[in-house]
Design a protein around this ligand. Structure first.
Ligand code: ARG
Length: 488
């Protein structure tokens, strides 16, 4: 063990009193969270101002001290905002201690009174909740932008008489024709659920832990309700031990991000497939595709692929967070410092991917003819031909069997169902009615599926109306949250 254990740290740490030696140089960087949590500066300053104001109102510190703390914090805020940040020191571990030290440097002794009745444990938890609420808000709004693009695309492509029909798939085998609008709306509903998941995560984050201090509460006559009001929290944490070690809200938000990424990944998979020469259903805009350095003909869906790829990374973020938490005893443990990097990464990644997918979808060109052509082949009307026989009094099982034989015949002779005449059909089963061939028309096939969530134009139009109403309500929910926001 010839490693130098102690170095002369440039300055005395904020817990310096109890220590004789100073921390090993290498441990400064190892233990610091500053490179990650410096992004919480805004929330840290908000939290500190609210805390200081309350300390003053409760007579715990003087109003002069409050004034100089608030002014000092504001001046720090201005400097950080202007990226004029020369007080960034790893020796002070995290953003919280960096700001506090700088405050004391600027305003003197009053700075040392800010931390009265507070611990970094409840301070960090508060900052993370504030930060999480802000990011949830931004991400949920971005989700709504993508939903609006999808709804608009669906409305434009489902105009009766000019509706775009495409093949619907199961097992990636052609199954039944659907409206392109119906497919876009399926994506939209996935995202509508993601929005709800983010709102649930917001609610989980909307509880104030400040006042819990290190783990057991504080002896000062603080007023948590006041702080909660100033910072725009809905309620207070019920138990101080739980409050400083609870990161469920973060898991909820990262899970919402993971689920959204999973949806984006599935959407991107289809975009990638549809843009192949084999499918040819869509053409990506130049702004959202790349070329190849060797093959001049290539137009690659890089950003859709990257979104699919980055989904793995966000799933990893969620797993990392859960594993950090899984064996932690109460209350605060330093392991909790590991909560930030992955959560922030999940939010950042989702933000970029939502932006990419929104642009891709908003600018892609749809090849109506290729979609319609695809919907015509592949025996997509087979179920409807069976349904026709059922309408003639045949049981569905028997009808299924008859149509199965007809499909086999078509396959061996290289024709489609639409190529068969009524008499050819009747050679398989005399019970086919006069209008059997009409059942094979893909417009009819689509129009007959007029159930609540079905693909008929009439159903899809109502579906779009319901989605528009929900999106409007969801947007208003965000506006209401913003109004409740931090009140200082
Ligand atoms: N940097 C720490 C974190 O982010 C701050 C909390 C430290 N508290 C403590 N008792 N060491 O988790």
């Amino acid at each position: 063990m010839d490693r130098k254990q102690n170095t002369n740290a440039s300055q005395k740490s904020l817990w310096g009193g109890r220590f004789q030696g100073s921390i090993a140089e290498s441990m400064l960087a190892f233990g610091a969270s500053l490179p990650v949590d410096n992004r919480l500066w805004r929330e840290d300053i908000q939290g500190s101002k609210a805390h200081a104001q309350m300390l003053g109102e409760q007579g715990i510190i003087s109003s002069q001290d409050v004034d100089s703390i608030i002014a000092g914090l504001s001046s720090i805020e201005v400097d950080i905002e202007a990226e004029n940040w020369d007080f960034y020191d790893l020796a002070d571990e995290d953003i919280h201690m960096n700001i506090e030290r700088e405050l004391t440097r600027r305003i003197g002794e009053a700075g040392g009174r800010l931390h009265t009745g507070r611990s970094r444990n409840d301070q960090v938890a508060t900052d993370m909740r504030l930060y999480c609420k802000r990011r949830i808000n931004e991400l949920a709004s971005q989700i709504n932008v993508l939903r609006a693009v999808l709804i608009q695309g669906a409305a434009e492509s489902s105009l009766a008489g000019d509706e775009i029909i495409m093949p619907g798939y199961t097992h990636l085998q052609k199954a039944q024709p659907v409206l392109f609008a119906h497919h876009l709306m399926a994506w939209q509903w996935m995202l509508a659920r993601d929005f709800k998941r983010f709102m649930a995560a917001y609610e989980a984050a909307d509880v104030l832990p400040l006042g819990s201090a290190a783990l057991a509460g504080t002896t000062y006559p603080i007023d948590e309700c006041k702080v909660s009001q100033t910072l725009g929290f809905a309620s207070l944490c019920q138990n101080s031990l739980d409050a400083v070690s609870d990161r469920d809200f973060l898991c909820d938000a990262v899970y919402a991000a993971t689920m959204t990424m999973t949806h984006l990944s599935r959407i991107c998979e289809e975009i990638i497939l549809w843009s192949t020469e084999e499918f040819g259903f869509i053409r990506l805009d130049d702004a959202y595709s790349t070329g190849s350095s060797i093959m001049p003909q290539k137009k690659n869906p890089d950003f859709a692929e990257l979104t699919r790829g980055k989904t793995g990374r966000v799933i990893g973020d969620l797993v990392t967070l859960l594993v950090v938490l899984k064996a932690l005893p109460l209350a605060y443990n330093k392991d909790l410092q590991e909560d930030k990097e992955n959560a922030l990464d999940a939010f950042d990644t989702l933000e970029m991917c939502l932006d990419a997918v929104t642009g891709i979808i908003d600018t892609m060109q749809v090849n109506k003819e290729a979609m319609r052509k695809g919907a015509q082949g592949g025996f997509m009307a087979a179920t409807d031909l069976a349904d026709h026989l059922v309408s003639q009094g045949v049981s569905f099982r028997e009808a299924h069997e008859v149509i199965g034989r007809i499909v086999l015949h078509c396959e061996t002779t290289g024709c489609t169902l639409q190529d068969l005449s009524l008499s050819e059909l009747m050679a398989f089963d005399a019970r086919f009615g006069k209008d059997a061939c009409e059942a094979l028309d893909i417009c009819t096939v689509v129009a007959r599926r007029a159930t609540y969530g079905g693909t008929a134009v009439s159903s899809v139009v109502r579906q779009i109306q319901r989605a528009e109403a929900l999106l409007q309500a969801d947007k208003e929910e965000i506006v209401a949250l913003n109004k409740k926001g931090v009140g200082m």
